[in-house]
Design a binder for this molecule. Structure first.
Ligand code: NDP
Ligand code: HEM
Length: 501
C-alpha cells in the first residue's frame, strides 16, 4: 500500500474526518490537515491566459529530414537525422478556459523545441496572417473578441466595428469565416509561424524566413451546423479526439517547411515582407521541407505540462532570429511578462519550460527558486567575476549586425489597395464555388446582430476585395432573414471525419 502523507512527508491517519470537540463538534483548529486541504483547494486556480485560454496539448519528437544548413547555423538543423523533444499546445483565441472546443475561431499553434542550444518556441496560429499589423492595436482588438463590459456577452457589433476600421483585417476575417474557421480538431489543420523571422548561416548571411507546419492528416472542417450539433453533445471534442488518437497510437504529424528570402531581396519587393497581414506567395517563395513533428505522448498531468507551458516568441536559439516586424517586437515583450504574472518569477524552471540542455544563468532569488543555481563556481553569483570556470557569454552566439535606416517616428500604415490583393486571390482563386457560398453564409450569420451603420462599413470593405464578395454576403443575409438557406452546400462528411460524440 502507498502511504498517504502530508506535503511535509509525515503519515496521515485520516483523510475524511474532521477532529471535533466531542462527537457533535465544533471543529478543532489544531486539525491542521483540514486547514491545509481547504487552503490548497483555494489556490488550485492560476490566472487563465489573457488570450488562448482554452487549449489541448501533447508531447512528441521533431526529426530533421532535409539539410537547411545553408540558411541557418542552428545546431538542431546541423545534420539530417537530428532530433529533439517537442511540446505543443493548440488553442482557441477568444474563449475562456471552459469554452467549447468546436467554436468558430482562429486556432493557436505553439511548439516548443527542446534543442541542445536551449528552447526554441514557435507561437503561431492555424492561419498564415493576422488581423492587425501593429501591436499597439492588440489590446483593443482582443477587447472586441472578449465580453462586453455591461452585457457580459460577446459582441459582434464590437468585432465588426473594429474590423471595418482596420480593413487590413479582411484577409484574416475571410479565413476565419471560411471552412477553415472550424477545424474538426487540432490534428486536421496546418500551422504557421505567421510572422517573418530570420535565420543566419555559418558565414553570417541572413535570410528572412516563414515557418509552415504542413498537416500530414487530411484538412477537415465542420460547418456551423455540424459544430453546433457536436457542441450540444460534448464541449470537449478536441481534447477527446486528440487524447484518444494518441492513446490509440494514431500519432498526428506535421511537416515543418520554410519559405526563404535572401536579406537584400526585402528591399526590392513591391510589398512589405514584414507585414503580418500578408503571406509570401508559394509561387515566388516555394515551401522547403525541413523535418517532421510527431506527437506520441499525452502528458501525465495536463495542468503541470499544458497549463503551465509558457510559450514565447522571445525563446529563440542561435541561428534563428526576429525580423523588423513591429508586431513581433511587441510579442517579444508581452509573453514573458504574461508568464511572470500567470506562473511566477521562475516560470522557466517548471518542468514544461525547463530546457533539456545545460542552463547557467545569474537570475537569483524570488518565488519558485527551487532549482540549483549552477554557474560553474560557488562564489560566482554575479558576473563579471574573477572565476575563470564560471558561466560567461559566448560571442559566437551573436546575430550578424542588422542594417536599419530612417527617422524614429510613428509611421501609420494607411489602408491601401495592396491590402485587398491577397484576400482577393483567396476569394476568387483559392476558394471554390461551394466554399465561397459557405463563406457568404458564415459571414452573414456572424454579422446578423450588427447595426446598419457597421454593416454598411463592412460591406464597403468586402466590395473592395471583390463586388461578388459583397453581393454574396448581402444575398446570404437576405436568405437568412427569409429562412431560405437549404440550397447552401454543406461540408461532406467522409469516412475519416472524427465522430467524437
Ligand atoms: P497557393 O494556391 O499556392 O496556396 C493557397 C493556399 O491557401 C494553400 O496553402 C491552401 O492550403 C490554402 N487555403 C485553401 N483554402 C483556404 C482557406 N479557406 N483559408 C486559408 N487558407 C486556405 O497560392 P499563393 O501562395 O499564391 O496564395 C494565394 C492565397 O492563398 C493568398 O493570398 C492567401 O490568401 C492564401 N494562402 C496563402 C498561403 C501562403 O503561405 N502563400 C498560406 C495559406 C493561404 P492547402 O495547401 O491545404 O490547400
Ligand atoms: C497567447 C499576447 C499576437 C499566438 C498570448 C498571451 C499573450 C499574448 C499575453 C498569453 C500568454 C500566456 O499567458 O502564456 C499577444 C500580443 C500580440 C499577440 C501582445 C500582438 C502584439 C499573436 C499572434 C499570434 C499569437 C500574431 C500568432 C501568429 C498566440 C498563441 C498563444 C498566445 C498561439 C497561446 C500560447 C500557448 O499555447 O500557451 N498572446 N499575442 N499571438 N498568442 Fe499571442
Amino acid at each position: 500500500m502507498t502511504k498517504l502523507t502530508t506535503s511535509a512527508g509525515a503519515p496521515v491517519p485520516s483523510n475524511d474526518t474532521t477532529k471535533t470537540a466531542g462527537p457533535r463538534g465544533p471543529a478543532m483548529l489544531d486539525d491542521y490537515q483540514l486547514i491545509e486541504k481547504l487552503a490548497h483547494q483555494n489556490r488550485e486556480r492560476i490566472p487563465e491566459r489573457v488570450v488562448h485560454a482554452k487549449g489541448w496539448g501533447a508531447a512528441g519528437t521533431f526529426t530533421v529530414t532535409h539539410d537547411i544548413s545553408q540558411y541557418t547555423c542552428a545546431k538542431i538543423f546541423s545534420k539530417v537525422g537530428n532530433s529533439c523533444d517537442i511540446l505543443s499546445r493548440w488553442s482557441t483565441v477568444a474563449g475562456e478556459l471552459g469554452a467549447a472546443d468546436a467554436e468558430r475561431d482562429v486556432r493557436g499553434f505553439s511548439v516548443k523545441f527542446y534543442t541542445e542550444d536551449g528552447n526554441w518556441d514557435v507561437v503561431g496560429n492555424n492561419t498564415p496572417i493576422f488581423f492587425i499589423r501593429d501591436g499597439f492595436k492588440f489590446p483593443d482588438f482582443i477587447r472586441t473578441q472578449k465580453r462586453h463590459p455591461k452585457t457580459n456577452l460577446r459582441s459582434p457589433e464590437a468585432m465588426f466595428d473594429f474590423w471595418a476600421a482596420q480593413p487590413e483585417s479582411i484577409h484574416q476575417v475571410t479565413i476565419l469565416m471560411s471552412d477553415r474557421g472550424i477545424p474538426v480538431n487540432p490534428m486536421h489543420m496546418h500551422g504557421y509561424g505567421s510572422h517573418t523571422f530570420s535565420m543566419w548561416n555559418a558565414q553570417g548571411e541572413r535570410f528572412w524566413v516563414k515557418f509552415h507546419f504542413r498537416c500530414q492528416q487530411p484538412i477537415r472542417n465542420y460547418t456551423n451546423e455540424q459544430a453546433e450539433d457536436l457542441i450540444g453533445k460534448t464541449r470537449e471534442s478536441y481534447q477527446e479526439d486528440l487524447y484518444n488518437a494518441i492513446e490509440d497510437g494514431n500519432f498526428p504529424k506535421w511537416e515543418l517547411n520554410i519559405q526563404v528570402m535572401p536579406e537584400a531581396e526585402a528591399e526590392t519587393l513591391d510589398f512589405n515582407p514584414f507585414d503580418l497581414t500578408k503571406v509570401w506567395s508559394h509561387k515566388d517563395y516555394p515551401l522547403i521541407p525541413v523535418g517532421m513533428l510527431e506527437f506520441n505522448e499525452n502528458p501525465e498531468n495536463y495542468f503541470q505540462y499544458i497549463e503551465n507551458a509558457a510559450y514565447s516568441p522571445s525563446n529563440k536559439v542561435p541561428g534563428i532570429g526576429f525580423s523588423p516586424d513591429k508586431m513581433l517586437q511587441a510579442r517579444v515583450f508581452s509573453y514573458a511578462d504574461a508568464h511572470r504574472y500567470r506562473l511566477g518569477t521562475h516560470y522557466e524552471a517548471l518542468p514544461a519550460n525547463a530546457p533539456k540542455s545545460e542552463m547557467h544563468h545569474y537570475h537569483k532569488d524570488g518565488s519558485m527558486r527551487f532549482f540549483p543555481q549552477v554557474t560553474g563556481h560557488p562564489d560566482a553569483y554575479y558576473e563579471p567575476n574573477q572565476y575563470g570556470e564560471s558561466a560567461k557569454p559566448d560571442a559566437t552566439a551573436a546575430e550578424p549586425p542588422l542594417k536599419i535606416s530612417g527617422d524614429a517616428d510613428k509611421y501609420v500604415q494607411e489602408d491601401s489597395d495592396a491590402d485587398y490583393v491577397q484576400p482577393r486571390a483567396l476569394y476568387k482563386e483559392v476558394l471554390g464555388d461551394d466554399e465561397r457560398a459557405r463563406l457568404h453564409l458564415n459571414m452573414a450569420r456572424a454579422m446578423a446582430p450588427v447595426s446598419d451603420s457597421v454593416r454598411e462599413r463592412w460591406y464597403a470593405v468586402l466590395e473592395r476585395v471583390h463586388p461578388d464578395y459583397k453581393a454574396g454576403v448581402e444575398q446570404a443575409n437576405q436568405d437568412l432573414k427569409s429562412g431560405n438557406i437549404d440550397a447552401y452546400p454543406g461540408i461532406p462528411v467522409t469516412s475519416d471525419t472524427p465522430t467524437t460524440a
